[in-house]
Each structure stands twice: as structure tokens, then as C-alpha cells.
Design a protein. Sequence first.
Lengths: 269, 342
Amino acid sequence: MADAMNMIEVDNLSFSYTAVPLLSGLDLEVKRGSFLAIAGPNGAGKSTLVNLLCGLLKPQAGTIRLEGRSIAEYKTLQLSKQISVVRQEFVPVFGYSVLEAVLMARTPYYGRLGFGTAQDRQIASDALAATDTSDLALRPLSEISGGERQRVFIARALAQQAPVMLLDEPTSFLDLKHQVGIYDLLKKMQVQEGKTIVAITHDINLAAQYCDEALLLAGGSGYFRGSPGEVFTAKNIDKVFRVTGFSGRVGTGSFFLPLGQYARDREPM
Amino acid sequence: MREPLTMRLLLARLLPAAAVLCAVMLVCALVGTERVSLARAMGLADAGTGYDYEILFRIRLPRVVLAAIVGAALACSGAVLQALLRNPLADPYILGISSGAGLGTIIAVISGVQWTLLGRSPIAVFAFAGALGTVWLVWLIGRLTGRRQVTHLLLAGVVVNAFFSAMIMFLTSIANSSQVHATLFWLMGNIMEEDPLVLWISGGFVLSGIVALFFMAPSLNAVSFGEADARAMGVNTGLVQAGAFAVAALITAVAVSLSGLVGFAGLIVPHGVRLVFGPDHRQLLPLSSVMGAIFLVLADTLARMVVAPAQLPVGVVTALVGGPFFLVLLVRYSRRVDWLTR
């Protein structure tokens, strides 16, 4: 059953915070070096799924395997060398600089005294360069914009040098240029460094252009899985989001423009 | 511009700071109501050897060392609690240590027990037990109400603090005036001469506590970004939180049992170090310890000089001198204090 091609295997996964199941009977395989986009309405369990995948939450039923081994068997330190996580929320408390924050990703590799080497510093500055944040290096994290901070946290995940990257809405605060920039960067990491990427996104059009597989969560036991073309169809979107609109094709892919009740180009029903 | 920390940079700052601490301790031991000559005390000159030696080595130095131990313990544990609770307003007493120790003290005073344990008076022993007992209680309540929620821990601390403070006030109001005076001096923070054995034991405790906390410093850095982020960066947060919390509580309890409630040192010293040198805990913890020691040695020297031959409680001096000094730092480095204004 264990397939060496698969980085992550999710088998009959169930989880709920209340009596109402949030995720139920979810099966999922993420191939080594592939790009999975997860979409779905608010509260459908996207962030919960990411927290389950990185071991922060324990499944109530079912298993999650990483490289054929159950996530529960990994120690926190081992897991951090396999999976890096980029989250949405950020609570600034002390005035860490950008470079200090990115260097912190090297913590799992530090020796007993807790200090890194010149190599760790090189890795951190490479990560800053890759995310176009080198000139922010010495600025306090709390003084840069939300979009800049998003890129810094992606830099931190890169510096952690884990084969799997989990991202919770990595482009949520970004302008168009940086949205595309982040997806290009993730694609580059996937192709050049063989990273396995799992990203939550609300932008299904952009995701469709970059990801290999898509997962559309509907909440409970409902979900759609497959290639982005199969998953992000007008029919599925209507079913999951209860939103209709215009779907068209661009090159080999497709796109979907949601049109609300009072949208100018909404066809009279 | 702040460079990220390296081992070399840390030593380049820590060693001079330690040298300054030694110099300050020596100078503070030599000044006082009686002038003491170092040369005479060390027996280099022949006249009056015994007298200077007695004052320096039996009275002044133990007191200066005691102040250094208390200052280091409070500053270090203040820095740790600010990180664990992700709250810049946290100090070593925030989770009920102060009121627990205070309650222990007043019970010791009122019950009038007369025995010693390892050279310590009942007040010190009761204060120590009260401090640790309260922290344990707060930790327990925090765990019961919400797992791994620092807000719950903070709330539990505030409530327990308020409850025990009320009990202290109740006991104070039924105690007689001489007992109240003894307690009041303790509550304000007071440093006195102590037995060398006491200094060795508590100094050893505090120093090993600080060293242990230093090894947790990279994890504390990660924990400052929240628990989920810290876990993702490979930190066993449950272990680090419980461990750092226990060690910080222990060294605070030692400090409190030595000197009563010396306020302010545990709050402003870590902030001062952070303002000037940055928030990295690998540097913050050792530097705060040294700076806290310097701060309290100076404050205690002032406390015994200003109204000599009488003495002020050192807690009065730390607040009177430390407050304005901190404000100057705050203004001087205000560009870096965004976490206070948000």
C-alpha cells in the first residue's frame, strides 16, 4: 500500500472540534515533488488539515503518513527537518529583525550551545535573496508591511530546508505582482529543489496555473480531488461555494470569474 | 543597525559586562559609612588589619554578593516569563510568586516560629515554600482551564495574586504592629547580611538556573513567535514551557526568600537590555543576569548610604532610580519599542 512515489499519504482521516465532523473520511496522496493546492469555503477545514499534516493536531481517526511513516511516530525535531510551515497569523511581541527571524529557522540544526555556523547564515541570506527581501534584513519585523512579512515568513520556511512546505494562504496580503512572484517562487522551489508543496489558497485561478493537484474541501465528508481542471469546474464551485460565474479557458488551463447577483456581466437568470 | 548574534559577539558583550560587575561589586563593598581600605583588609599594610578585614569580608562583601544573586535571578526570570507569556509587561512576580511568598512570610511572622533550616530564618523558608506553592497552583489552574493557553495562565496568576493579597491584608489587619513592621519591610524588598553558607547554596542554585535557561534560549526565541510556529521549527513547546517556567520560578523563589519583594528589577532590566542589544534570548538571558546583578548591587549600596546610618528598603531605591532611568532608555531607543506601543 505504501507507495514510494508518495511523500504524504492521508488515509480515511477524520477530525472535528465539535460534534459536527469538520473533516471526515478524507483520503489524499501527495506525490514527492508535486504541488497541491487546497481550496474551499471559510470553515471547511483547510487550516485544520494543514495543522493535522504538520502534526500540530492529532487525527481522531485515520492516519497520516510522511515518507511511509506515521506522523505520530516523528519527534517534533525530526518533523521540523521534514516539514516547514508558513502561517497566516503573526503576533509581534519583541522587536526581532527580519534576519533574526529567518535565522531562527536554523534552530533545528543548531548545536548544543544554540549557535549557528557561517553556513547557516549563508542559507538564511540565500532565502532572503530568493524571496526578494534581502534589503529588509535588518528591519524590525513589526515595521514592514503585511506583504513583505509574508515573503519573510516564506524565506524562513525556505531556510528551514525541509523537503515539504505547507503554506496557509501565502498570498493573502499580497498585491498582484507579489502574488505571482510567490507562485513563481514556489514553482521554482518545486522544480529546482524537488520540494513537495501544499498550499491553501483562495485564488483558484492562480492555483490552477501552478499546481499539479487540487483539493476542494466542502466541509464534512464532501471533497473533490484531482487535477485543477477536474476540480475547479463551475459545477463544483457552485456546489461548494454556492457561487456562479463565468468559466473560460486560457491556453491549456481554465479560469473561473465569480459573478454575484449585482455583477455587471451576470446573465439574467 | 543590529547584527544577528554570533557566539563571538555574545562573548564580546558578556565578558566586559561581567568585568564591570566585578568592578562594581568591589567598589560597592569598599564604600559605606565606614571607609574600608582594600590594602589594609588584604593585609598588605600592617595597621588595623583585623577591623577592615572584618567589615569587608564579613559584612560588606556577603551583602554585595547577595544583591548580585538576587538581581541576576530576578532579571533573568523576568526575561524568561516575558517570552513564555509573550507579554512585555510580565515580570517574575506576575504568576503569583509575590503574593504567595508574602503570605508565607506573614504566616511565619504571626505564628512566631523560631527555628532555622540551612541557616535560614523561618521567614525565608516560608517565603520560599509560599512562592513555589503558589506558582505550582497557578500552573495547575492554567492547565485545567485551557491547555497551553498563556492567557489562561496569566488570568489564573492575576486571580490567585488578588486572592492571596486579600489574605495578606486580612492577616496584616489582625496582627500586632511590630509584626506588621517586620512584614512591611520584607514586602518592600530588603537586603541584609547573610551567612556565607546561604550565599553559596542560593548562588549555586541561581547560577545553575541561569545556565539551564541559557540552553533553552533558542527555543524561547522560537516560542516568542507563538506555539504553532515554535513547533514547526522543531521546538518541543510543552517541555520548554514547563521547564523554563519551573526554573524561572525556582530562581525567583530563591531570590524572594533572600530579599523579600524587590520590585522593578525583573521588569526593567530585561527591557533595557532588549532595547539596547535586541531581543535574542541567547544574549538577553546572560546579559540581563549580569545587568540585573549590577543594577541591584548599585541600588543596595544607595539604599544603605542615602539615609546612613539608617537603611532604606532596596525595593524603594530600585523603583525610584530604576523608573526614571528606564524612561530615559525608552526615549533614547524609542524607535525600537514598537512592541510597547502597539
